[in-house]
Design a protein around this ligand. Structure first.
Ligand code: NAD
Length: 375
C-alpha cells in the first residue's frame, strides 16, 4: 500500500499533511509514503528529513497521483487535481463540503472515495483523528497572541516602582476548542478573562481555566456537542446582554460557529463604537462570515479606534505544530484502513462511514448530496 502527499497549492497554506515522524509510523505498518519535492518546506520540514524517515521524495507530481492508493492533503484538492487522482482511489483531507459542489461532482463521477476531516464523528474513539479540534486549538492560541501583539497595553498586572499597571481584560465569545485555548493562553499571559457560550456545559470548563463565565438565560445545545442557531428573539436578547461585557473589554475574541451555517452576528457596529479606544477584536469566525458586523475576512478594519481583525486560516500561521498535529490525526484515520500492510477499509466502521463524502459513484454525506444533487 502506498500513500502520497502532494504539495499544498492553496494561497498562503504553509501546512503539510505528513511529517517525518508519521512517515516512520506508517513504515512500521508496512505502508510506503511518496511525497512531492518541497511539500514540507513551508512547515520547515526539508525533503531530507522525509527521506531519512523512509519516504520517497518525487519531483513528478503525476507519478504521485498514479501510484497512490491514498492521497493525503490539508486543503481540498483543486478541480484539476481531482482529475489527476486515480479513478477509484482514496483522498483524505479537509474538503469544505458545503462549498465544494463542483469538486464533489468530480469525485462522484470519477468514483473517487473522499474522506472529509470535517465529518469525523465526535466520539471518544475518533478523538485522535479530530483535525477540526487540533487545528482549532492552534487558532485559539494564535488569536490571543495576535491580540496581545496589537494591544496598546500590557497583558498582566505589573507592580512597578512607578505604580501598578492593571491587567488587560479579555472577553471570549464561543467556548469550543478554539475559545478554550484562547482563554488558557490569555490566562497564562496574566489577563483577566470572561467568556460566554450558549452551551451551559461550558461554564465549568471556563471556570476551571480561571476565567469568569458570563451567565445568560439562553441555552442552545444541539447534537454532537455543537450549538443550534438562536431564534431572532434570542439573538436580540443576547446582543443586549453581551453589550456591557464588550464595552468593558480590551480584547474580544469571537469563535462562535454553527456547523454548515453562516456565523452568527453577535457584535454589532454600535457595540464596537462603544468600546474603549485601542481595543482589539479578533474574529476567528471571519471565514464563515464573522461574529462582528464589521469584520472583513483576511483584513484589519479600524472603527472608532477599535481594531477588528478577521484572520483566515490561522492554523497555517503555526505550520510546524499545526502540521504535526494534523499528520497524527491523518495517521490514526488511515491506520484504520490498513490490515497487514494492505488497504482493507471496513466501510461499516462508524468513523470511516461517517467521514466518507463520496464512494463508488455516490455522495454518501446527506447534506452534501442535497446540495449537489438538489441543484
Ligand atoms: P464550533 O467551532 O462549532 O463552535 C464554537 C463555539 O461557539 C461552540 O462552543 C458553540 O457552542 C459556540 N456558539 C455557537 N453559537 C453561539 C452564539 N450565538 N453565542 C455564543 N456562542 C456560540 O465548536 P467546536 O470548537 O468544534 O466544539 C464544539 C463542542 O464539541 C465542544 O463542546 C467540544 O468540547 C466538543 N468536542 C467534542 C469532541 C469529542 O468528543 N471527540 C471533539 C471535539 C470537540
Amino acid at each position: 500500500m502506498k500513500i502520497a502527499v502532494p504539495k499544498e497549492c492553496a494561497a498562503g497554506e504553509q501546512r503539510v499533511a505528513i511529517v517525518p515522524e508519521v512517515v516512520a509510523r506508517f513504515g512500521k505498518l508496512g505502508v510506503g509514503v511518496l511525497i512531492e519535492e518541497g511539500a514540507g518546506a513551508a512547515a520547515y520540514q526539508p525533503d531530507q528529513s522525509y527521506t531519512a524517515a523512509g519516504a520517497t521524495v518525487v519531483q513528478d507530481a503525476e507519478r504521485l497521483y498514479r501510484e497512490a492508493d491514498v492521497v493525503l492533503r490539508v486543503q481540498p484538492p483543486t478541480i484539476e487535481e481531482a482529475h489527476r487522482l486515480r479513478e477509484g482511489g482514496i483522498v483524505v483531507g479537509f474538503m469544505a463540503p458545503h462549498k465544494s459542489a463542483e469538486l464533489v461532482k468530480v469525485f462522484r463521477n470519477r468514483k473517487i472515495t473522499s474522506l472529509a476531516m470535517e465529518l469525523i464523528p465526535r466520539i471518544s474513539r475518533a478523538q485522535s483523528m479530530d483535525a477540526l479540534s487540533s487545528q482549532a486549538s492552534v487558532a485559539g492560541y494564535k488569536a490571543t497572541l495576535m491580540a496581545a501583539y496589537r494591544l496598546s497595553k500590557f497583558m498582566p498586572m505589573l507592580t512597578t516602582p512607578t505604580g501598578t499597571i492593571r491587567p488587560a481584560r479579555f472577553l471570549i465569545i464561543g467556548v469550543g476548542v478554539a475559545g478554550l485555548q484562547a482563554i488558557a493562553t490569555a490566562r497564562r499571559l496574566g489577563a483577566i478573562v470572561e467568556a460566554y457560550d450558549v452551551r451551559p456545559d461550558t461554564k465549568e470548563q471556563v471556570q476551571s481555566l480561571g476565567a469568569k463565565f458570563v451567565q445568560m438565560d439562553i441555552q442552545a445545545d444541539a447534537a454532537g456537542g455543537y450549538a443550534r442557531e438562536l431564534t431572532e428573539e434570542e439573538k436580540r436578547r443576547q446582543q443586549e446582554l453581551i453589550a456591557k461585557h464588550v464595552g468593558q473589554a480590551d480584547v474580544v475574541i469571537t469563535t462562535a460557529a454553527i456547523p454548515g451555517r453562516p456565523a452568527p452576528i453577535i457584535i454589532t457596529r454600535a457595540m464596537v463604537a462603544a468600546m474603549k479606544p485601542g481595543s482589539v477584536i479578533i474574529d476567528l469566525a471571519a471565514e464563515s462570515g464573522g461574529n462582528c458586523e464589521l469584520t472583513k475576512p483576511d483584513k484589519g478594519v479600524k472603527f472608532h479606534d477599535v481594531e477588528i481583525c478577521g484572520p483566515v486560516n490561522m492554523p497555517s500561521t503555526l505550520p510546524a505544530h499545526a502540521s504535526e498535529l494534523y499528520a497524527k490525526n491523518m495517521f490514526h484515520l488511515v491506520a484504520l484502513m490498513v490490515k497487514d500492510g494492505k488497504l482493507e477499509p471496513d466501510w461499516d466502521d462508524e468513523v470511516l462511514r461517517d467521514s466518507t463524502l463520496t464512494r463508488d459513484g455516490d455522495i454518501k454525506h446527506g447534506p452534501t448530496r442535497a446540495l449537489v444533487e438538489g441543484e
